[in-house]
Design a protein around this ligand. Structure first.
Ligand code: KIV
Length: 279
């Protein structure tokens, strides 16, 4: 039996019933299929793609075409989870019109149900333009990795009173502009709690403590597949990196020692039909 796909309306209702939202990132179809089968509610094709899959050191070089390509792949692996496409750096900042046109491509060409973009007051009009066209938008405040150089690094945001006030006011502005949910990244948990209590839309935390309406992590981080290490807020639920390394070492050893492939991994010719012996 196939489950009905998760909708934006459901996510907003779950805030009222205090049903926590589970979200993870994916960049390919097979991983998306595992997440879907495990019952994750939201799958985000994050622009963390740049670091996780493309070998960049920031999200900045990721292009719109790359995001669309990977969103298409992920959409082929999902049947239940809500698919959100992350708008990469400079695909929405220029103008509300640019934001709307590019957001539309995620739905029209890549199978996404919603888009995510970073920033507060400065993208208010961009969010409004997208939402008014009927495209669900997820906001993203706190540590916004596309502004890494402006922020002076990947640092916790909103520790100082003025910064916390700005993030709170940005959250209100985004809600008013039409976002259906809001990612809060690397902010103190009491700030996330206040924002969550003040908003009608669900908050989804990453490094924002336990009081958000949902949680998101980068899948490779929580599976222990990030060779560069992970931030403090990541709980590693598996150590797949070590398992991959051990498995590959075992494979290489078996190949070198002639232990692989064995008979059971090899194909065999059909037996010759028995010849009839003439009396
Ligand atoms: O790019 C990403 O993966 C993200 C999430 C971690 C929120 O923005």
């Amino acid at each position: 039996m196939t489950e009905t796909p998760v909708t934006v309306t459901q996510l907003v209702n779950w805030k009222k019933t205090q049903r926590k939202i589970t979200a993870l990132t994916a960049y390919d179809a097979n991983t998306a299929r595992w997440l879907d089968q495990a019952g994750v509610d939201v799958v985000l094709v994050g622009d963390s793609l740049g670091m996780v899959a493309l070998g960049h050191s920031t999200t900045l070089p990721v292009t719109l075409e790359e995001m669309l390509h990977h969103t298409r792949a992920v959409s082929r692996g999902l049947s239940r989870a809500l698919l959100v496409g992350d708008m990469p750096f400079m695909s929405y900042q220029v103008s509300p019109q640019q934001a709307l046109e590019n957001a539309g491509r995620f739905l029209k060409e890549a199978g996404a149900c919603a888009v995510k973009l970073e920033g507060g007051a400065r993208v208010e009009n961009h969010v409004r333009a997208i939402a008014e066209a009927g495209i669900p938008v997820m906001g993203h405040l706190g540590l916004t990795p596309q502004s890494v150089h402006q922020l002076g690094g990947y640092k916790v945001q909103g520790k100082k009173i003025l910064d916390a006030k700005r993030i709170k006011s940005d959250a209100q502005k985004l809600q008013k502009a039409g976002v259906f949910s809001l990612v809060l990244e690397a902010v103190p948990s009491d700030l996330a709690r206040e924002i969550t209590a003040e908003l009608d839309i669900p908050t989804i935390g990453i490094g924002a403590g336990p009081y958000c309406d949902g949680q998101i992590l980068v899948t490779q981080d929580m599976l222990g597949m990030n060779p560069g290490g992970v931030p403090k807020f990541v709980k590693q639920f598996a150590d797949l990196g070590t398992q991959i390394k051990n498995a590959v070492e075992a494979y290489a050893r078996d190949v070198r020692e002639g232990a692989f492939p064995g008979v059971e991994h090899s194909y065999h010719r059909d037996r010759e039909p028995l010849k009839k012996v003439e009396p």
